[in-house]
Design a protein around this ligand. Structure first.
Ligand code: H2U
Length: 346
């Protein structure tokens, strides 16, 4: 008897982190009388004089943004990490702590306050990717920076503090735990098979296409087999590249195109500006070859059944382990079948 993904509760293995997730596909039928999120339907202006991120405006700490016309990066005025913070540690019985060096940047995607990635042109998204590439290279070369985390929190439900299209970059001395897990599993696979774990995974996914959402010459967007968030997705390079610094012009254009497609499908799903936290995982900048690393970008969106009902990672998820309701295959099918044209442009 084969496992029925749509009816039987089961566990799935995450090959990148070594963690298991519980899948309960029958559970979306339960009634919902819990929290309903507010949808922000206010139309944004292209320029907002009170916005800290708009071109030419003064930020909260008194500094002025340049009159930028494409993308713009600046050092975070309220950074979680700072440079040259000293080199001290505490080791007292069972208590251990150590100073952490680093720096944080804010990346404005566009001068237009009203836009989000799916509403930007492929050319404009290409400029964002160019900036991510430059920042990864520059920050990664700094002394004492061994990891560069590029990410975007989109929507107030994901803790985004400002609607102006932007993301963040945190660069730091140590390699954070999520990245250490992925490093360990990719390395073990590389040592056993002399091949990239994600390249082999992608080849298997492309055989059945069950979880594929979109594909172009250089990239694939899919719902990973082990996805935790209801509409979690991943964009993977077809070529085995370790980091964004290695993407050529054609690949950057294809990356921009698939980013636009995926985020447009997200907005089309519930006809709302779809919230998520997205981040790039790539090789650490620790001076090692890191051949085993395979560049990918993950999207963790919280919405479950409508623009207003989100998935809560509480209870079992907090105390035992991750769990999801709809199956990865159902999520992929819904996203795949959505139009590539944004609902606001139709
Ligand atoms: P989030 O929307 O993901 O919170 O990112 C916005 C960042 O912008 C946040 O980290 C920074 C905040 O510290 N910021 C400045 O650096 N200067 C400002 O004037 C406002 C916000």
């Amino acid at each position: 008897m084969s496992l029925n993904f749509y009816q039987q509760p089961h566990r799935r293995y995450n090959i990148l982190t070594g963690e298991w997730i519980l899948v309960s596909p029958h559970r979306t039928k339960r009634p919902w009388q819990g929290k309903v999120e507010k949808i922000n339907t206010t139309k944004m202006p292209s320029y907002d004089e009170t916005c800290y991120l708009c071109p030419g405006n003064t930020r909260a700490n008194g500094e002025t943004n340049s009159a930028y016309t494409s993308t713009y990066a600046f050092q975070n005025d309220f950074a979680a990490l700072i440079e040259n913070t000293g080199n001290t540690e505490l080791n007292k019985g069972l208590l251990t702590a150590k100073t952490e060096d680093g720096l944080c940047k804010v990346v404005c995607f566009s001068p237009d306050h009203s836009l989000t990635l799916p509403q930007m042109s492929v050319d404009a998204i290409y400029q964002v990717i160019n900036l991510w590439q430059e920042e990864y290279k520059t920050l990664g070369q700094l002394n004492n920076i061994n990891h560069v985390q590029i990410f975007e929190n989109k929507g107030s439900v994901m803790g985004c503090s400002n609607p102006h299209p932007h993301g963040q970059i945190w660069a730091q001395q140590t390699i954070p735990d999520e990245v250490v897990k992925k490093d360990k599993h990719q390395l073990a696979y590389w040592q056993r098979n002399s091949n990239s774990l994600l390249a082999d995974y992608l080849a298997q996914e492309l055989e059945t296409k069950e979880r594929i959402i979109s594909e172009n010459t250089h990239f694939v967007a899919l719902v990973p087999f082990w996805a935790v968030w209801p509409y979690e997705t991943m964009i993977i390079t077809k070529r085995h590249v370790q980091h964004i610094g290695l993407l050529n012009d054609d690949e950057k254009e294809a990356f921009a195109s698939i980013l636009k497609k995926l985020t447009t499908k997200y907005d089309n799903l519930f006809e709302t500006s779809f919230p998520y936290s997205a981040g790039i995982h790539q090789s650490p900048t620790n001076g090692e070859e890191n051949k085993h690393w395979h560049f990918h970008m993950s999207f963790y969106p919280p919405l479950l059944r409508s623009a207003t009902v989100k998935k809560f990672m509480v209870g079992y998820e907090m105390f035992a382990g991750p769990q999801r309701d709809i199956s990865a295959e159902q999520a992929a099918e819904s996203l795949r079948n959505l139009p590539d044209k944004h609902y606001l442009d139709r």
